[in-house]
Ligand binder design. Sequence first.
Ligand code: SF4
Length: 476
Amino acid sequence: MPAFPQAAKQELANSQLRHNLANATSTIRHKRAEVVGELDDWAQLREAGAAIKSHTLSNLDTYLERFEEAVTAAGGTVHWARDAAEANRIVVDLVRATGEREVVKVKSMATQEIELNEALQDAGIDAWETDLAELIVQLGHDTPSHILVPAIHRNRAEIREIFQQEMGKVGTPAPADLTDEPARLAEAARRHLREKFLRAKVAVSGANFAVAETGSLVVVESEGNGRMCLTLPETLISVVGIEKLVPRWQDLEVFLQLLPRSSTGERMNPYTSTWTGVTPGDGPQSFHVVLLDNGRTNALADEIGRQALRCIRCSACLNVCPVYERTGGHAYGSVYPGPIGAVLTPQLRGTTSEVDKALPYASSLCGACYDVCPVAINIPDLLVHLRTRVVEEHRGWQSKPMDALMSMASWVLGDSRRLAAAQKVASLSRRVIGRKGTIGRLPPPLSRWTDARDAPAPAEETFRTWWERNRGSDSR
Ligand code: SF4
């Protein structure tokens, strides 16, 4: 996977993708603005959401233990996973213990983060995504590109084609006369998924929230497929990031207002499922929660960075981001794309790889993401903080030319005569480096600037020369 600047260039050339994204994000953006505008106390709700999450994160050890006690008391089992490998091993062993060879899945970015489907496949277990958008991604042998609408980069005609070509290979085929009407596509997905829901004995889910007080998990969704996964199978395994905790049941009052309005632009989401342990004769009789760290405690240790763990994955920041809207989610090289991905992923994975250290730069720092975030994560601040970290961590021989350049810039800017001379040289340089009106590729280390930007060429005439020519040297 190339780093963001190269990947973005590739994606920008895809006009179909840009068209699909512009359509989808502008629709959700406007819906969100309308329903948020209806609430007089939105600012207070946002403050309450941020405060509850910050409080939980500051006392996470206490609330995690409380959650484990409550789950155990209700007949469930809690497993602790330090990283992706450990989490995958736990889930694979749990599925193997049931003797089953397939699972149905719903609502779990955490399982995408740890690449659970691949681990299950290696163990000879089929995993079927049941969220409609995730089903499209899976059948299309694709990867998600949006937190809430993983197939946002596909239009209806593409989805129809995927359904017709792929459904029959893994189950009930799409009807031969399938059109690209949303109702017909949804019907084809329903028929395809139904046999899987009715057959599967094991389900794997994520959770939007985990309530420490009661040991309950909460899934918020639009289609009802999640509810089928959570109620029909005999065994339910939920993979949940440790940051999903909220202390009390009552806290859901705040988040169940913030989340649907911020994500789908609805006043209330159609399905909210909550479950606590096991109930004899009702729902899954074996229930496991895998509490996933996978870099989260590293983020927690960073006093500024930890606010990214407040995220409730609403995707509002993606839908307003001018960078995301043009490049789409694949360019970020992470399960979490857009502004939140740019600050969360480098904290979870570290900043050693080319992909991860480029992420904090995948932003114009316009601040739109901060304005819409329902838990007030100051993403622009975090981006700057992480950029500093990347620079500090990678300070080596490569940064020496840049440091020398900055010292020279400081020397030039420190004296008006030096600045005037430099401006004249820059104007003359236009004939060499900026004949087309923009600066092309400069040699290293300046290429680090020009490779990612279309910079305008210096003006043919400096402002000082223009002023002297038009107003005379004594009119200052
Ligand atoms: S950072 Fe804020 S706006 Fe973005 S997905 Fe998370 S909660 Fe939503």
